[in-house]
Structures are given as C-alpha cells and as structure tokens.
Design a protein around this ligand. Structure first.
Ligand code: UD1
Length: 420
C-alpha cells in the first residue's frame, strides 16, 4: 500500500485545476444502463471509484472506453442484471445500478453494500422507494433481488433527505407507468445534474432544484452526452490547504456557486476568497486563523464531506472551534490521527471541540477513509518536520493527482510505493 511523505511549512502559490465531480459521475454512469446506446462523458475525473463503476458497467455487459478525462460508453448489449458482492462491497455507490436495472429490465440482483468506516450507512430508503414504485424485493444470500412488472407511479416521501436514495429511486421512477411524486429529495448539485441528464435522455422530471419532483414516466429513453460538473468537495479541500499553509492559490475550472456555506466559513476563518466565473482565488492574509462553529447539514448546508478538512484547519485557529456532525454522527476517525500531529480535539457525541494549537508536528499517521485521508495530508502540509500518511489508497478514490496538484503550487509531497 502506498504512502505519502510530506515536509510541511511551505506556503502554496499558483493555480490548481479542479477536476470533474466524482459524486456526479457515478450516478450518471449508472443511468447509462437505462437506455441502450452510445454515451460520451467529458470532464470525467481519473479516479479509482470511476474505474470501479466502469468495471461494474462492463460486468453488466456494457463497453466502456477510458480516454483522457473522457468516457465512451456503449450499453447496447448491457443485458446482465447482477451486480456482484466483490465489486459492490468496494464502493457503496455501485448500489445505484439497482434503480437503473429495474427501470430498464424490470429486474435486478444487486449485492447489499455492507458496512462502512463511518458506521452502518443503511440503504433502507432506497429499498422503500423501490417498493413504493411496486417493486417486489427479496433478500437472497446478501443480494437484493428485485422485480417489477411493471413499475407504477406513486407518491413517496423520503424520511431523510438522501443523495443516494433520491438518485436511485429517480432512475427507477423515470420508467414507471404514470406519475410519480418524490418528496424531500436531495438538493445536492450532483443529484440535480443527474435529474437534468435524465431529462436530456427523454425523461419528464419537473421540480428539479426543489425538494419535490414530479416525474411523468416514459416508455423510452435515449442516450445523451454529459460534461461533469466541478468537484465541490475537492474545491473545498484545497481552500483548507491554503488556509493551513498560507499563500494564495487560484482554483480554476471550479463552480463557486456550489459552495455557499463553505465559502462563508472560509471567510469567517479569515481567508480572503475572490470569486471569478469559473474560478476562485483563496488567500491567507493574516498570520492567524479564526475559530469556527460548523454544523454539517444537507445541501445547501455545510457538507459532511468537508467536515474533516475544516477540522484540520480549525486545529490551527487561535481559539476554540466547534464542529457538529449531523449527517454521519460517527464520522470522526480522523480525530485520533490529527491528535498524533499535535491537534487538541475532544469529541463529545456528535460534536468535536477543537482547541487551536500554535503548530502541528509531523508524525506517521494512518488514513481511514477518503475525507479523513485528505485532512491528514492538509495537516501534514502545515506541520513542522516530516509527516507520513499511510494507506493513501483511500485518497486515490476521490482526489485526482493530489500530489501533482499540490507539488505544482509549492508543497513538498511525494508518494512512496508500498508502505514505508
Ligand atoms: C453521498 C455521498 C457522500 C456524502 C453523502 C452525504 C456519493 C457517492 N456519496 O453518500 O460522499 O458524504 O452523500 O452528503 O455521492 N440514510 C438512511 N437510509 C438510506 C440512505 C441514507 O438512513 O437508505 C441516511 C444516512 O445514514 C445519512 C443520511 O441519510 O445519515 C444521508 O446519507 P446519503 O445522502 O444517502 O449519503 P450517500 O448517498 O450514501
């Protein structure tokens, strides 16, 4: 397993191009199963999770060609309906194919994803939504076996706003007979991109961008092309990097409109953030970071995926910060690793109390999940001495060319193949 070796203390200066969104690409790839034919996706991030979803499409009979930030997908012969455990267990988003397979074939056999480093992460809302559409669901040897002849329009309200469940149920609903009304749907930009894409395929979804969708089922859908939206979580992570190291970095190919609450918090911390049409420039103008009070929430609230990076930044603030995690209340595995670098953090239930310290000191630390890993890299960029972040395969799932992008703006970071 690879590690990253960092020597901290270098202010970042220059430009970092933001990649296409991982979390937008994954459901759109699943959606290609809904209509046979050719699709061309551009601005696709080169990431392990995207390769995993491409492999799942291949298992289901699709042809996927990977070019430079581009995917050519042919689902003309995607006639298989089983998503195997070996693959689904490595990436929860594989579960998205349930809705698409039901929508296209009226049947599916998809492995349950199983546990996750952040706690149980259930899929009950995905399943309840499919059942509301008339799908018959059974559990067989860890697989959800679903059939629906046919799917029928219904009114269904998600008990909790869920990105995955909204996307999954939507992919089934676009092919259901009659009208489906889905309430309390997710507003995250990645879900909105999926709904807009499905409409380009011929679906009839209204209410996109609100909490209630009305979906007129259609008998046929056609392939469409898509350009992936910028990755708002990658953008937010690099904002924290500048906050922690100082300097001035322009984040290009970004969409500042996707980050309302995040930019507010970055400014509250004392960063100067200047917006362009497709870029934002982040600068640390003072020696001191101000403490923050953050509560994660569904979009447009503060994203749980940026909780760990902002915690790393708050570890260096002058004063007490408080971060309350409301989406995944167990998502604090990075706290113990940040402590190894000298951070002073106390967790009390869903709330972390961060007592800012003057400096972090390099140490060997271990990645536990994607966003926890990036927060350790950010901490290592600011720490004195040498930091070794082990098990960085988590990072490769969600941050394209992280070392290359950071090296180009002045960081001292390199990959060591195999653990040190
Ligand atoms: C997606 C993102 C992930 C992000 C999360 C929250 C992808 C591939 N992943 O994950 O990076 O952290 O949104 O923004 O896009 N829940 C249930 N039952 C369900 C489904 C969800 O109770 O069936 C709960 C979850 O436990 C959680 C909340 O709903 O508390 C939100 O989870 P959800 O939005 O579904 O997250 P994911 O789609 O898994």
């Amino acid at each position: 397993m690879d590690s990253l070796l960092l020597h901290g203390g270098h202010p970042l200066e220059g430009e970092i191009p933001i990649s296409g969104s991982k979390n937008a690409t994954l459901p759109l790839l699943a959606a290609t199963l809904l209509a046979p034919g050719f699709y061309r996706f551009t601005n696709v991030p080169k990431l392990k999770d995207v390769r995993t979803m491409s492999n799942l499409l291949r298992i289901l009979g699709a042809k996927v060609d990977e070019l430079d930030h581009e995917l050519l997908i042919d689902t003309s012969h995607a006639s298989h309906i089983e998503a195997p455990y070996e693959l689904v267990k490595t990436m929860r988003a594989s579960f998205y194919v349930l809705g698409a397979l039901l929508g296209r074939h009226g049947e599916a056999r998809v492995s349950l994803p199983g546990g996750c480093a952040w706690g149980p992460r259930p899929v009950d809302l995905h399943l309840k939504g499919m059942e509301a559409l008339g799908a018959k669901l059974e559990l067989d040897a860890g697989y959800v076996v679903a059939s629906a002849y046919p799917l029928r329009g219904t009114t269904f309200e998600f008990a909790t706003s869920s990105v995955g469940a909204s996307a999954n149920v939507l992919m089934a609903a676009v092919r259901a007979e009659g009208t489906t009304v889905l309430k309390n749907v997710a507003l995250e930009p990645e879900v909105t991109q999926l709904a807009l894409f499905l409409n380009r395929m011929g679906a009839r979804i209204s209410g996109i961008g609100t909490r209630e969708w009305s979906i007129q089922g259609v008998a046929d859908l056609q392939p469409a092309d898509a350009v992936m939206i910028p990755d708002r979580i990658e953008t937010g992570s690099y904002i924290c990097a500048v906050g922690m190291t100082g300097g001035k970095v322009k984040l290009t190919h970004a969409d500042p409109q996707q980050l309302p609450t995040v930019l507010d918090k970055a400014r509250e911390a004392g960063l100067k953030v200047t917006l362009g049409a497709e870029s934002l420039t982040v600068e640390r103008t003072s020696d001191h970071l101000k403490p923050l009070d953050i509560t994660t929430d569904i979009y447009p609230g503060f994203p749980t995926d940026l909780q760990a990076p902002f915690m790393a930044m708050s570890a260096l603030a002058s004063g007490e910060s408080r971060i309350c995690e409301t989406i995944y209340t167990d998502r604090f595995t990075h706290v113990a690793e940040l402590a190894r670098l000298g951070a002073d953090i106390r967790v009390d239930g869903p709330t972390a109390h961060i007592h800012g310290v003057k400096e972090l000191k390099g140490a060997p630390v271990m990645s536990t999940d994607l966003r926890a890993s990036v927060c350790l890299v950010l901490a290592g960029l600011a720490a004195s001495g040498e930091t070794e972040v082990k098990r960085v395969y988590h990072l490769d799932r969600g941050y394209e060319k992280l070392e290359e992008k950071l090296t180009r703006v002045g960081a001292d970071i390199r990959r060591i193949e195999g653990d040190l």
